[in-house]
Design a protein around this ligand. Structure first.
Ligand code: MG
Length: 391
């Protein structure tokens, strides 16, 4: 594995006010931690994501990370941020990534381009951190608050995460610091400086602020609502005919039946309709355009790959899937007993919560080809939320 990420969520976040720990608070309906995890799980170059959490947050974490591929089981953190990072690194040591990105869960507004800049930076340096210029005038004060000096700010930078390192070097520096009873490093760059590894910088992001106070959360909610305010709906329709067989695959769920659906892939008519609905929401062609039936590569293919592709196209635009709704139209087999399994499967494929997925079924009242039991049709809608500046 080339790149892995450690997401540090081991703090209590007491400055954010009463209520759940800040990393589990919702920004536009999504836990802060989930947004920070998605930053890496959705990045093509990241192979695994290791969260470090408080042991009392296990249930909150399970909810916040449900359906996110690439997330390893969380490990408990330590008494300090430094100890928590070390716990994450020790856990990742088994998969031996070449590089590791370390990110604070309370920075949910880092974006894919920032992760890409981190990845580019570490290829020419063993340690690199995102920085932004300091725009406020900085004063040095004494113990009473009296100003001693005005600091020249042109050479100052504020440091953010994700910070990126050669994995072996960071792990070695952490182990050494721990062995030498040094537990006071507030970020990994400081620890690497102490260990003698030169640390370079790359361009951070002004939006990548750390959420700390209740006011930070208010601003973050307003920003997120505005950012993903471009709401769009796409629709899809598909139909496949029955042939002799022993099961059908609908919504990613295998259902025993004395026929099967004919088609080039696994003929999952519902996942095909969903794929077209998602692609339609971003005006990005249709399933036949991206996966031509003439291409032997897709023979017998698991149709979840088509849905994942469409979801990836939405995420590449910085968007999210807000809702998927599908309707199956057939006289048989019975859909009801499999409805929840389909919802669960579709939610997992799309990487969203099950509450954002609906599955309905109806017969065609005996009318037409569907009524005669010659096949199954499916309709779907997908609602997506995009940033206003998405293409
Ligand atoms: Mg089809």
């Amino acid at each position: 594995m080339e790149f892995a990420a450690v997401v540090v969520a081991g703090g209590g976040g007491t400055r954010a006010g009463a209520g759940p720990a800040k990393q589990y608070r919702l920004i536009q309906g999504e836990p802060v931690l989930r947004q920070s995890l998605r930053l890496f799980t959705e990045h093509r170059d990241i192979g695994a994501v290791q969260a470090v959490i408080r042991h009392e947050d296990v249930e909150d974490y399970e909810r916040a990370s449900s359906g996110l591929l690439k997330c390893l089981p969380a490990v408990p953190g330590g008494a300090t941020r430094q100890a928590s990072v070390l716990a994450g690194l020790e856990s990742l040591a088994r998969s031996a990534p070449r590089f590791v990105l370390v990110h604070d869960a309370a920075r949910p507004f880092a974006d894919a381009t920032l992760v890409s800049r981190a990845i580019a930076a570490v290829r020419s340096s063993d340690a690199s951190v995102p920085v932004i210029p300091v725009s406020d005038t900085i004063k040095q004060i004494d113990g009473t608050g009296k100003i001693l000096a005005t600091v020249e700010r042109s050479a100052l930078r504020a440091v953010q995460t994700p910070q990126v390192f050669a994995f072996d070097k960071l792990l070695a520096a952490h182990r050494r610091a721990s062995a030498e009873n040094r537990h006071d490093f507030t970020d990994d760059a400081a620890l690497m400086e102490w260990a003698g590894t030169p640390v370079t910088t790359f361009e951070g992001s002004n939006r990548n602020a750390k959420l700390t106070t209740p006011e930070d959360f208010e601003r973050a909610n307003a920003y997120a609502a505005q950012r993903l305010g471009d709401v769009r709906t796409g629709m899809g329709y598909d139909v496949h005919a029955f042939v002799e067989g022993d099961h059908v695959t609908l919504g990613g769920v295998k259902i025993p039946y004395h026929k099967k659906l004919s088609g080039h892939s696994d003929a999952d008519v519902l996942l095909h309709a969903i794929t077209d609905a998602i692609l339609g929401s971003i005006g990005d062609g249709d399933i036949g355009h991206h996966f031509p039936p003439s291409d032997p590569k897709w023979r017998g293919a698991d149709s979840s790959a088509f849905v994942r592709f469409a979801v990836e196209r939405v995420r590449a635009r910085g968007g999210m899937i807000a809702h998927i709704d599908g309707t199956l139209i057939c006289e048989a087999p019975k859909i009801g007993p499999h409805r929840e399994a389909m919802r669960e499967r579709i939610a997992a494929i799309c990487g969203i919560e099950i509450g954002r997925v609906g599955v309905q079924a109806t017969t065609n009242e005996g009318l037409g080809f569907l009524g005669r039991g010659e096949g199954i049709a499916a309709m779907a809608t997908a609602t997506v939320r995009l940033p206003w500046d998405a293409a």
